[in-house]
Design a protein around this ligand. Structure first.
Ligand code: GLY
Length: 345
């Protein structure tokens, strides 16, 4: 069992990486509401339930997919919490991918002004990124994750065995978040990824998950609310969130959109001489080797450009982009010109 600490003073918590059977040590609550989706529930809920002893456990099953990451689903969680009379000593567990974790965390953060919340992520994307760091919330017709809270879980339990039932497209989608942290924060890890088989070797995959979590833990411990270095975790996301929005959250999976977004961010970095053509090709080749999509054709550049202003990093009408500065370092680019942005779209 590997334990990685997220160091946030009185809100610190552990990420447990290992077999969930020998775990769940932090669940001492008498009432537990598990939020999940039909697919995860069908595959894994009975085994999870068998680990709870003498507790009242309730299950709220939400429709699956990014298009259901909305207020209606959050209301469904809250209604379940009221019906089962959860109180301030109760617990909400997010058991599923990033969509479930984000909504379960958001509901926990606003129910009775905040009750305990734990994440048990079952997708690669949520194991390496979404389940850790306390970003919770929902999408709106105006954009992705525009409503939400920073609300940290009490613990995160990561069991790589859940990934064996994940479909291939979902699995591959999660790899883009691993590439993201490597490019922005750890050159050695990037080089290791270039030579490691993650698709067929469980030890390699486990190491990649662990390293991604360690990097994210360090970043969040330094900058919980994204005032500085945490913005690096948005590499590819400014473009990617718009790609998701324009596809009505149903054309591309989050990680696929991020992969295409990384390529757009690299174009900016290339134009500004922050990376070389060779570095850009190495990043592109790594994404391609994982089977991630890299090309996205922007049909309406003005529409795409206007959407940048809804990005949460933009401040006082000034746009901010995350670009790599070489491999292993990132930079926050303040307010590039409209002309430059249109040219790389
Ligand atoms: N997913 C990016 C972050 O947690 O900051």
């Amino acid at each position: 069992m590997k334990i990685i600490k997220i160091d946030l003073q009185d809100r610190s918590y552990n990420v447990y990486l290992g077999n969930i059977d020998s775990n769940l040590n932090e669940i001492h609550h008498n009432k537990v509401l598990i939020v999940t989706n039909p697919r995860v529930s069908a595959l894994h809920i009975s085994s999870l339930l068998s680990k709870f002893h003498s507790k009242q456990v309730f299950i709220c099953t939400l429709k699956d997919g990014e298009i259901y990451k909305n207020m209606q689903s959050v209301e469904e969680i809250l209604n379940n919490a009221f019906i089962h009379k959860l109180d301030r000593k109760s617990l909400i567990i997010g058991f599923g991918g990033g969509v479930i974790g984000d909504m379960a965390g958001f509901a926990a953060g606003i129910y009775q002004r905040g009750i305990d919340f734990i994440n048990i992520p079952t997708t690669l994307l949520s194991q390496v990124d979404a389940s850790i760091g306390g970003k919770t919330g929902i999408n709106t017709p105006f954009g992705k994750n525009l409503i939400g809270l920073f609300y940290q879980p009490k613990a995160v339990y990561i069991d790589v065995n859940f990934l064996s039932t994940l479909n291939k497209r979902e699995f591959i989608s999660g790899l883009s978040e691993i590439v993201k942290v490597a490019v922005c924060f750890d050159r050695n890890f990037f080089e290791w990824l270039e030579n490691a088989d993650l698709l067929n070797n469980k030890d390699n995959l486990t190491y990649a998950i662990q390293r991604s979590i360690e990097i994210k833990a360090d970043v969040i411990s330094k900058d919980e609310r994204e005032d500085s270095v945490r913005a690096g975790l948005n590499y590819g996301h400014t473009f990617g969130h718009i790609i998701e929005l324009l596809g009505n959250y149903s054309t591309y999976l989050h990680g696929e959109a991020i992969s295409m977004g990384i390529i757009k961010a690299n174009k900016l970095a290339l134009e500004l001489n922050r990376i070389t053509k060779k570095e850009s090709s190495r990043i592109e080749n790594l994404l391609l080797s994982f089977g991630l999509p890299i090309s996205y054709e922007v049909n309406n550049k003005d529409e795409f450009y206007n959407n940048f202003y809804l990005d949460k990093k933009s401040q006082n009408d000034k746009l901010r982009f995350i670009i790599p500065n070489g491999i292993g370092k990132m930079e926050i680019l303040e307010n590039p010109s409209k002309e430059l942005l249109l040219s790389i779209l």
